[in-house]
Write a protein that binds this ligand. Structure first.
Ligand code: HEM
Length: 180
């Protein structure tokens, strides 16, 4: 069987190259834009964290909330839950605990790997990327991951890609000009 990382590498590349993600990686997001992204992450991680995680130090909701508070205290505003985020959260909520594991692998490894490279470029102190024990957290996921998850992980990548797509289109929306 093809190893999971290999079987999902095309979608990983696609997600990595989404314009919103590329801007985030280059340090080009405004505080409002990053707050909008964090809000989507908050909704998703809250949904994932209704289920038991492979390691307690994976818990992200509180850290994401702290990042959001920090940005709000600096005047950033955003409280939109995007349709694509709602769609992924609804999909996750309907899954039995066992079937959430491929999505736990996907979303936590994203922070544990790529996230560690992105953290220096975001306009907050980046608590979302702080893990008390990174190696143990990674190992706890490695201990449960299965190559059989490829289809479900690719589905999760598609949901994430949709979210990046909608985030970028929201950022590109022209502000409405007053008439006259
Ligand atoms: C700028 C964006 C990103 C960068 C630079 C990035 C980079 C990386 C790197 C360097 C690795 C380690 C690869 C290795 O072991 O050789 C990795 C692993 C991973 N990334 Fe990303 N990534 C990004 C976005 C994402 C996104 C958006 C997701 C999903 C939501 C994601 C999910 C994963 C997963 C699941 C792994 C673990 C693969 C495995 O070893 O099993 N990444 N990423």
């Amino acid at each position: 069987m093809i190893p999971l990382k290999e079987a999902t590498s095309i979608k990983h590349k696609q997600a990595e190259r989404m314009p919103f993600n590329a801007r985030m990686f280059k340090g080009l997001l405004s505080r409002n834009e990053y707050l909008m992204y964090l809000h989507q992450q908050f909704v998703l991680f809250q949904t994932l964290e209704k289920s038991e995680l492979p390691h307690s130090s994976l818990q992200r909701s509180r850290n994401i909330q702290a990042d959001m508070e920090e940005l709000k205290a600096q005047g950033a505003v955003s409280d939109i839950v995007l349709n694509s985020t709602r769609a992924y959260a609804d999909y996750l909520s309907a899954l039995p605990a066992e079937q959430l594991l491929p999505h736990i692998y996907l979303n936590y490894m994203a922070l544990l790997f790529g996230g560690q490279m992105i953290r220096k470029a975001v306009p907050s102190s980046g608590k979302m990327y702080d893990f008390e024990n990174t190696q143990e957290a990674i190992q706890s996921i490695r201990n449960v991951q299965r190559d059989e998850w490829a289809e479900e992980v690719n589905k999760g990548f598609d949901f994430n890609i949709q979210i990046f797509e909608e985030l970028e289109s929201k950022c590109m929306e022209e502000p409405i000009q007053p008439a006259g």
